[in-house]
Ligand binder design. Structure first.
Ligand code: 5GP
Length: 192
């Protein structure tokens, strides 16, 4: 499902940076267009209505706003995995290692065992989907908790990096509000 307004905002406000990075600081990653954020939350809730979602899970920091908007619409709690500088882990958290596409480094994310439960049906939400490392990390946290994964909802998927299609092939439902097929020569082309 594609949100037409997302495509329009990417075309009018997005900036393509070297290395296949799209900057959307004017409406999503630094300044947030709140009316548009509400529309994103409503669309994600529409896509996953009736799927038995009990909790939304994202990674700090850039997924939090979208995840909260979707959680408000679905009427469920929003949980975010926290980034830890070290991999020191005590028994009270689930943890997984994620390779950061934008920073080129590995980081550990943790979530409290108290908040992710075997009886949960989890919707994963993030701002971008590129190689899929962040989403795979969230799937791993759910697996450790014994929670079910309803699927993922992503604001902007960069299909040319393959993460979304790999997850779909692995049986994960992935819904992206805009899917970028290519960003060559300063031109954004969408998959429709
Ligand atoms: P992946 O783990 O799928 O390779 O990358 C997804 C994560 O990297 C997202 O959580 C997002 O924060 C960041 N990211 C990946 N590509 C981009 C991009 O083009 N622009 C921005 N702003 N963030 C990105």
């Amino acid at each position: 499902m594609h949100l037409r307004l997302m495509e329009e905002k990417i075309l009018s406000e997005g900036q393509i940076l070297p290395g296949g990075i799209l900057k959307v600081g004017s409406f999503l990653n630094q300044q947030i267009d709140t009316a548009f954020l509400r529309a994103m939350g409503q669309e994600i809730a529409r896509l996953y209505a009736g799927c038995g979602v009990t909790k939304i899970l994202t990674i700090e920091a850039s997924g939090i706003a979208i995840a909260a908007a979707a959680a408000m619409e679905l009427g469920v709690p929003m949980l975010f995995a926290k980034k830890h500088k070290t991999s020191n882990v005590d028994g009270s958290v689930y943890s997984t290692v994620v390779h950061s596409f934008t920073h080129g480094t590995d980081y550990t994310v943790v979530v409290s065992r108290d908040y992710l439960r075997p009886e949960d049906t989890v919707l994963l939400v993030d701002d971008f989907l590129a190689n899929g490392a962040a989403l795979c990390g969230l799937v791993d946290l759910c697996r450790q908790a014994g929670a079910a994964v309803a699927g993922a909802a992503i604001a902007i998927e960069k299909a040319f990096q393959g993460g979304g299609d790999a997850l779909r092939a692995a049986g994960v439902r992935v819904e992206s509000l805009a899917v970028i097929e290519s960003m060559e020569d300063g031109t954004v082309a969408f998959r429709r």
